[in-house]
Design a binder for this molecule. Structure first.
Ligand SMILES: C[S@@+](CC[C@H](N)C(=O)[O-])C[C@H]1O[C@@H](n2cnc3c(N)ncnc32)[C@H](O)[C@@H]1O
Length: 370
């Protein structure tokens, strides 16, 4: 079973939903807003865009909640401002595609999008200035015809792999990564290698597909949950995954989960450095790297109280991890698991450890017409 068969953020707009618990992803997005604005402005200013009827933009792995909404509003706003500055009498139409796996809560997404002021603008003939549409499917498959897209946006999504890396079992099928759910200081070299190989294959494939779908000189902005750069460790692990592992280990010692169940579970994600991203992009060859950076930020910095902060962080982790963990460990164990995670997050913060994210960003420009 591949990721696309079971992975989704927690749906709806309730207390535990992704839409109410994605402030970390929004923090990362805001850090790169200026890069996004500059890229859209450069596309509007370019010769070709004066001739085109519309700017075609896709938000890949759009999810729901504040980020896709902020993206659409910002792109409309930047287009209007830039066309005014260039004295263009005609503002190109924005054709905005929202992509995610079919299990994403598209109903909520489109309900929220329809409330945006940015989507209410119409020209003298009553034609909308922005056409927004869904593009369900995996971005590890083709999604658009050749030469369609001017701008590709992907925020906090490409660290999710297409599948758990093969090659993390020995010849008898025994798991090599026992006691871990991802990379760790104690995991064998083969496991670290298998994870990086899967990431490299997935990203290379993704870039190749997008290069076919994008126009010459089109831009792609990708921000991933990543790791510090430079780092010499192949086994770098985020605080979120360390704490999930600890919570699972506690449930094993309490007899609520079997040890073998944890041994056979591996998170289908990889946290790369900007250096690794750039090297994969260069090797594939279709894009020029125009900008790249690593931003380190404290998650939920606005909350000082440790218990309250731990609750917010636990809900943030639950919103992206629940579908994966429940498909392996079962729905019934989710409440005890996230209660235990809350204890672990509290202890972690109480011991003075920083709850930080590394957002790794690259802005790419398509080199040649396909
Ligand atoms: C952490 S959310 C980020 C959502 C949004 N971009 C944001 O910044 O809030 C990751 C999203 O990527 C989607 N996703 C993961 N793998 C995908 C794939 N192969 N194709 C399309 N979407 C995918 C998930 O369903 C999820 O909605």
């Amino acid at each position: 079973m591949g990721m696309k068969d079971y992975f989704h953020m927690v749906s709806g707009d309730g207390e535990l939903s992704y839409s109410q618990n994605s402030s970390v992803q929004k923090q990362a997005w805001l850090l790169n807003q200026h890069i996004l604005e500059t890229a859209i402005q450069s596309l509007i200013s370019s010769e070709e865009s004066g001739k085109t009827e519309g700017l075609h933009v896709v938000d890949l792995g759009c999810g729901v909640g504040p980020v896709p909404l902020a993206l659409v509003s910002l792109v409309v706003d930047v287009m209007q401002r830039k066309c005014k500055e260039l004295n263009r009498d005609k503002i190109p139409k924005l054709v905005m595609y929202m992509n995610d796996l079919p299990s994403n809560d598209f109903n909520l997404l489109f309900k929220d999008l329809m409330k945006l002021e940015a989507l209410k603008g119409r020209d003298n003939y009553g034609v909308p200035s922005c056409f927004v549409m869904g593009a369900p499917g995996s971005y590890y498959d083709r999604l658009f015809p050749n030469n369609t897209l001017h701008f590709v946006h992907a925020n906090y999504t490409l660290h999710w792999l297409s599948q758990v890396p093969p090659g993390i079992h020995d010849e008898q099928g025994i798991p090599l990564n026992k006691g871990n759910i991802y990379l760790s200081e104690t995991c064998p070299k083969e496991v670290a290698k298998a994870y990086f190989t899967q990431f490299e294959q997935d990203l290379t494939h993704f870039i190749k597909l997008r290069s076919e779908e994008m126009v010459h000189n089109g831009c792609m902005l990708m921000t991933l949950r990543g790791r510090p750069c430079p780092t010499d460790s192949l086994t770098w692990t985020s605080f979120e995954l360390k704490l999930i592992t600890e919570a699972l280990t506690c449930l094993v010692s309490e007899g609520l989960i079997k040890e073998e169940k944890v041994d056979s579970f591996n998170m289908p994600c990889y946290h790369a450095s900007t250096e690794q991203l750039e090297s994969i992009v260069k090797k594939e060859g279709s894009f020029e790297v125009e900008d790249s950076k690593t931003s380190i930020f404290d998650v939920v910095p606005e909350i000082e109280d440790t218990w309250e902060k731990a609750q917010v962080i636990t809900k943030f982790i639950r919103a992206f991890s629940e579908s994966i963990l429940s498909s392996h460990f079962g729905k019934n164990i989710m409440s005890p698991l996230y209660d235990k995670l809350l204890d672990q997050v509290f202890k972690f913060l109480d011991h003075g450890h920083p709850a930080q994210n590394h957002a790794v960003t690259v802005l790419l420009r398509k080199k040649h017409a396909y």
